[in-house]
Design a protein around this ligand. Structure first.
Ligand code: SAM
Length: 375
């Protein structure tokens, strides 16, 4: 199979984690860049990346890399590609563009329109009909990147963001993004073999991602991908990669993974999500105040994303951090804890000293992933 160039995107700060994941997948030429990691491989490498990567938001395959001097040049470069190889008129498409240091373009939206026009004009010339645009769920999602005079055109293999694993029954308020949770777990170097708990688990993202990780379950098994609708989709190859992934998933772990939250509604969602993710039998969720919670086994590892609202005047956030501190000191001796904080002012309420601080993004919020060793 011919070699392809890919770019897997991730949140800022998680590039080294994603590079480690790609190395483990056995792809070639892994190079960290800002906001993602470039790599090379065959068609299977792209499929595997979608199925297995835990910290990537999307996986894109490069279709074109060339110099362009302006909008006409961009149109011509895209028109020259043989689009019959990539889509038929009955397929839908969408192009998203970002431009940087590129004054030759009126705005990024206009660059995206040039790309779409070049493709649909070629289709109309050849077939008398053209693909329509679907911005919600296009068969062929395209990403156009123009930096100065360099054009990079990608097709997005997943379509919707890879954080959409397919296990959330409903969209919950302020959940931790699945991709961020998995990336932070990998970054913490949890050994995937000792008891892990989250005493303020909300919808259970850390615990569910930990179960997927420890059981070697592919995070993409529960969802579909845009590439399954592509002209060059290899259904046999995809089926064999999925079978291989299913065979790898361990049915039992032999150690506890547990979460608790004081909101029964959130705990209900966590339980449902774990079932849907196929790891319901590997985890336990309880409704409890952190201070009162008795985990099923003495934890060796604690991960937590306590509330960190910008406004601290109602005392609720302060109280949550104090409760977490009490839980860590009374139930977790000898454990290692990692806490995600988006607000420097509240971490002092833990009354504990950090042994490591890792910059991390939680959506648009700049955070710190803080490590504590509990005596
Ligand atoms: C930012 S959310 C956690 C989101 C979670 N990581 C997820 O994946 O959905 C913070 C959670 O802490 C919980 N919480 C706050 N104070 C608590 C306490 N004293 N005991 C237990 N849970 C608490 C809230 O109910 C909320 O679900």
């Amino acid at each position: 199979m011919s070699d392809r160039t890919y770019f897997a995107a991730c949140g800022r700060g998680l590039e080294p984690v994603l590079a480690t994941e790609l190395d483990a997948l056995g792809v070639r030429s892994v190079v960290e860049r800002r906001g993602g990691v470039a790599f090379r491989g065959d068609k299977a490498a792209g499929y595997r990346a979608c199925l297995w990567l835990r910290s990537a938001i999307r996986v894109q395959e490069e279709l074109l890399s060339t110099r362009v001097r302006g909008e006409d040049d961009l149109y011509n470069a895209v028109f020259e590609l043989d689009w019959d190889r990539l889509l038929r008129p009955e397929h839908t498409l969408a192009a998203y563009a970002s431009t940087r240091d590129a004054p030759a373009y009126r705005h990024s939206g206009h660059a995206a329109i040039q790309v779409k026009d070049a493709i649909t004009d070629q289709q109309r010339q050849r077939h008398g009909e053209r693909s329509s645009v679907d911005r919600e769920a296009p068969d062929l999602p395209l990403k156009v990147v123009i930096q100065r005079d360099r054009l990079l055109l990608y097709r997005d293999l997943a379509g919707t963001s890879l954080h959409k694993r397919g296990y959330r029954p409903v969209q919950v308020k302020s959940p931790l993004n699945e991709v961020t949770a998995a990336g932070l777990l990998i970054r913490s170097e949890w050994d995937r073999a000792s008891p892990l708990v989250d005493p303020m688990c909300g919808s259970g993202t850390f615990v569910i991602e930990a179960a997927l990780l420890a059981s070697d379950t592919a995070p993409g098994l529960q969802r579909t991908f845009a590439f399954e609708r592509w002209v060059d989709f290899d259904a046999d190859l995809w089926a064999s990669l999925r079978e291989e992934a299913k065979a790898r998933a361990k049915a039992r772990l032999g150690f506890a993974l547990a979460g608790a939250d004081r909101h029964a509604g959130a705990v209900g969602i966590a339980k449902q999500s774990a079932q849907q993710a196929g790891v319901g039998h590997l985890v336990q969720f309880d409704t409890s105040e952190a201070r009162d919670w008795q985990p099923p086994a003495p934890p060796a590892f604690v991960v937590c994303n306590p509330p960190y609202g910008e406004r601290l005047d109602d005392g609720e956030v302060e109280e949550a951090w104090r409760a977490l501190g009490d839980f860590l000191k009374s139930r977790c001796s000898g454990a290692e804890a990692w806490v995600l904080s988006g607000n420097k002012a509240v971490t002092r309420f833990l009354r504990m000293r950090t042994s490591q601080r890792v910059p991390a993004m939680n959506g648009p919020i700049e955070c710190r992933w803080l490590r504590y060793e509990i005596r």
